[in-house]
Design a protein around this ligand. Structure first.
Ligand code: NAP
Length: 335
């Protein structure tokens, strides 16, 4: 079986091909950038494809639900590593069409595991803290999951099928809420908050809903390190260095961008009434044993927020609505 470390001995980087599914997403795009920085060959795929993903290049269109196309594409490529960041990643979208979401989140994840196994490729699959119900935080990877919504149930089902399909040379990495800049400017926390504010809303965030956020860039570093560490296999947890409430995170996002805290409404989970049972109250992770084995360190919230950008299409709104727009200076890329 091919192991990335073997390849590194012969030819340090040039011939190592890493296929990334979900490359247009918040996490997948960060993984592509990190893979490129480390000089591996990146092969990015997403459902719609992207003509030119900034800092990455073209992303090939591939529907994970077209099994034959998926098999052909990966057998033609014969990558050493497959990283699966593709998913129907929002619980609300899963609820809108759970049958379709299950095909992406469960069936396609398992199929990718089977393909990886046939190719002798390492398989890294991304899962979520929402496999837990939030009543016994912080969670170890050995704790018994108890998902409370359909998204969590699908992600949990995928985990065991992926681990069965691959047996070894596989990692299922459970991660938490991600900060970062998504290619569409719509998928991460601060992007959703800013868009809600542009629409004239004062979004409600709960002071009693706790998360341990990480950043897409930090998780990407972990995933690339896991590509390089074939002796680390199985199910692991990764998160940021701090646990805080969603409301507190919202306040810190406002402070980072010089926006008034009045842009947010402080709520409690009990305000949700009917949907309360589907929102875990406290999802924090114990990061051992993985944190003791990797060079990458969990990032703190301030450094995650420092990297955030105002999406280009919101910049004019931002300049005229922020209390202190000098807190955020737009950075232009020099090409
Ligand atoms: N974001 C978070 O806070 C968070 C927290 C915990 C865990 N996670 C997990 O982390 C992973 C990445 O999440 P994310 O937030 O980066 O997701 P995202 O931004 O929503 O991106 C999802 C990706 O999946 C692709 N995709 C969806 N359906 C597909 C299909 N049928 N065929 C091929 N590609 C398909 C999308 O392609 P198109 O863009 O072309 O549609 C996109 O590239 C997921 O496993 C998610 O469950 C995320």
């Amino acid at each position: 079986m091919y192991r990335l470390e073997d390849g590194l001995e012969h030819d340090k980087f040039a011939n190592v091909k890493i296929a990334i599914l979900g490359a247009s997403g918040l996490l997948g795009s960060a993984v592509c950038r990190t893979v490129l920085r480390r000089k591996y060959k990146v092969h990015p795929f997403s459902f719609s494809g992207v003509e030119n993903l900034p800092e990455v290049g073209p992303v090939r269109s591939l529907d994970l639900l077209e099994g034959e196309d998926l098999t052909r594409a990966l057998f033609d490529l014969w990558p050493e590593v497959i990283v699966n960041c593709a998913a129907v990643s929002s619980p609300d979208t899963v609820d809108e069409d759970p049958v379709h979401a299950r095909r992406v989140n469960v069936d396609a994840a398992e199929k990718l595991g089977q393909i990886a196994s046939h190719l002798g490729a390492r398989y890294l699959h991304v899962s979520t803290d929402l496999v837990f119900d939030g009543t016994a935080s912080p969670y170890r990877s050995t704790d018994v999951p108890a998902p409370v919504n359909e998204y969590g149930r699908q992600k949990l089902d995928a985990e065991s099928l992926v681990l069965q399909a691959c047996e070894d040379n596989v990692v299922v990495l459970r991660i938490t809420l991600l900060n970062g800049n998504s290619p569409t400017g719509q998928r991460s926390q601060h992007e959703k908050l800013l868009r809600a504010m542009v629409a004239g809303q004062t979004p409600t965030l709960f002071e009693d809903e706790f998360r341990q956020p990480s950043s897409a860039d930090n998780v990407a570093e972990v995933l690339v390190e896991l590509c390089e560490r074939p002796q680390l296999n199985g199910l692991f947890h990764w998160a940021g260095a701090e646990r805080l409430s969603r409301y507190e995170l919202g306040l810190r996002i406002c402070a980072r961008f010089g926006l008034s805290p009045d842009c947010l409404t402080k709520g409690k989970r009990s305000d949700l009434a009917g949907k309360l049972g589907e929102r875990p109250g406290d999802l924090a992770f114990v990061l051992e044993p993985l944190v003791g084995k990797l060079k990458t360190r969990p990032s703190d919230v301030s450094s995650q927020l420092e990297e955030l950008r105002v999406p280009d299409d919101l910049y004019d709104w931002y300049r005229s609505h922020a209390e202190d727009p000098s807190r955020y200076i737009r950075r232009f890329k020099i090409s």
